[in-house]
Design a protein around this ligand. Structure first.
Ligand SMILES: [Zn+2]
Ligand SMILES: [Zn+2]
Length: 125
């Protein structure tokens, strides 16, 4: 039986990729708003609901359903996973966060955090 793609405390529709809502207390299934796929509520049972997600729990290049992505993640922006080599351990993937600290004509600063060793570094655009 097919079940949704579980990422951290989120479950995505295996059919269209939309973020599925959590089941209501008296319901035993959740239907996808986009394609009417039905996910059994039991899929949600072993999910630990925490507001403090581990960085690895972030959905990476996933087609994120924009409207429902207002989860309480740490900080306000979602982190994007990009192909960037870690100067510390050489791992090829890092989480990217863009900062606009300086004036607009100077561009932005990219903050990277290594997926593997959590080393952080930054690059100016
Ligand atoms: Zn769907
Ligand atoms: Zn690293």
């Amino acid at each position: 039986m097919t079940t949704g793609h579980k990422i951290g405390s989120l479950i995505f529709c295996p059919s269209c990729g939309s973020l599925l809502e959590l089941p209501k207390e008296n319901e035993d299934s959740v239907s996808c708003e986009q394609c009417k796929y039905v996910e059994p509520a039991s899929s949600f049972e072993d999910i630990e609901i925490t507001t403090r997600s581990h960085p690895d729990a972030f959905p990476s290049p996933l087609r994120q359903a924009r409207r429902t992505q207002t989860q309480k993640l740490e900080g306000s922006e979602a982190l994007e996973k990009v192909l960037e080599k870690c100067p510390s351990c050489g791992h090829g993937e890092a989480y990217l966060k863009q900062l606009q600290l300086r004036s607009a004509d100077e561009g932005s600063t990219n903050l990277y955090t290594c997926v593997s060793c959590k080393h952080g570094w930054q690059l100016n655009n």
